[in-house]
Design a binder for this molecule. Structure first.
Ligand SMILES: Nc1ncnc2c1ncn2[C@@H]1O[C@H](COP(=O)(O)OP(=O)(O)OP(=O)(O)O)[C@@H](O)[C@H]1O
Length: 311
């Protein structure tokens, strides 16, 4: 069974402006499958349709057409069954009111009819001290940690984390990654939307990249790298940069770009061309003092697949 399955999903909104109204298509005939037990990163530029997709998964909005199934249930007709087995960290909604963080966690445990110890959840997100303050006194990062504790109540089968690192300091971001892995090891599927590529790269098994309401890529990060030509950057620190060797390397098959920053040279090339690039400098009169290579980052892949902010 897939944890999430969208088939032929289109979502249109009516947008009202000073010159009248027009229809915006946020999602176009979207098919998306998230396998049970995986950590799936959901990426896309501003306005790509990520929040719209999450709203449909959680039944906060209905698709204009198509079907949305979560944990084997049709969201349109069985949303209560889904809600019981899902933990949600929403983007842009924090705890409100004059109750304490502990009250919020206890409320979530009761609402799920679960028997978690609230202190365990509070401990896991590093909120032992502030749990007894009213949430109105929380900083943004404290509120985000608390909302994560709330999402964990009842050992959900699916965690939907929308921009989970918002407001978190580096320790909080590390805690978030640890919890995502722990929850996944427990058996939960994690659906993780984020603009922070390092976070996604660190924890996700597969990623889906949405652009203009369409899924433009879905695969493991390694497979996306491969599909993008498996390009790498090779930086060589030299005693001097020999111009004729630079020209030779520039003409090698698979070399995309050569940048010189005396006495270093950075060559962007296909994985297969790396050895020839390094050999060319070793065979030159210059001394090679250091060689470093790096793979295409998820940020580079994101840039290749996407175009910018939706209109
Ligand atoms: N309630 C709404 N009414 C009208 N248009 C909407 C509404 N919600 C979203 N949209 C439009 O749908 C498109 C997708 O928006 P969505 O919020 O899903 O993008 P997103 O990928 O979550 O973006 P971001 O990364 O900026 O949060 C955008 O063009 C947006 O303007």
């Amino acid at each position: 069974m897939s944890a999430i399955e969208l088939r032929g999903v289109t979502k249109r909104y009516r947008r009202f402006g000073i010159r009248g109204s027009r229809t915006v298509t946020a999602l176009h005939d979207l098919d998306l499958t998230v396998r049970s037990g995986e950590i799936f990163g959901f990426l896309g530029p501003n306005g790509a349709g990520k929040s719209t997709t999450i709203d449909l998964l959680l039944d906060y909005a209905a698709p204009t057409s198509g079907s949305v199934r979560v944990l084997g249930h049709d969201v349109a007709t069985e949303s209560a069954a889904v809600r019981d087995r899902i933990g949600v960290l929403p983007d842009g909604y924090g705890p409100i009111g004059d109750r304490t963080g502990r009250d919020h966690v206890e409320f979530a445990i009761n609402a799920k009819d679960a028997d978690d110890d609230p202190d365990d959840l509070i401990d896991r997100v590093g909120m032992q001290g502030p749990a007894d303050y009213p949430v109105a006194e929380y900083s943004k990062g404290m509120a985000q940690r608390l909302m994560l504790a709330v999402a964990l109540a009842g050992e959900p089968d699916l965690l939907v984390l929308d921009e989970p690192s918002t407001g978190l300091d580096p320790n909080g971001a590390r805690t978030m990654r640890r919890i995502v892995r722990e929850e996944n090891e427990r058996g939960a599927t994690v659906f993780f939307s984020s603009h922070i590529m390092e976070q996604v790269e660190a924890v996700c098994d597969r990623v889906g990249i949405l652009d203009g309401g369409e899924l433009v890529a879905v695969d493991s990060i390694d497979a996306l790298r491969e599909a993008a030509g498996g390009s790498a950057a090779v930086t060589l620190e030299l005693s001097a940069v020999p111009a004729n060797v630079v020209d030779y390397v520039r003409a090698l098959e698979g070399v995309v770009d050569v940048e010189i920053d005396e006495p270093s040279v950075t060559v962007t090339c296909d994985d297969a061309a790396k050895a020839a690039v390094v050999a060319a400098f070793y065979d030159s009169p210059a001394t090679v003092r250091d060689v470093t290579t790096s793979e295409t980052s998820l940020e580079d892949l994101f840039e290749r697949y996407t175009r910018g902010v939706a209109q």
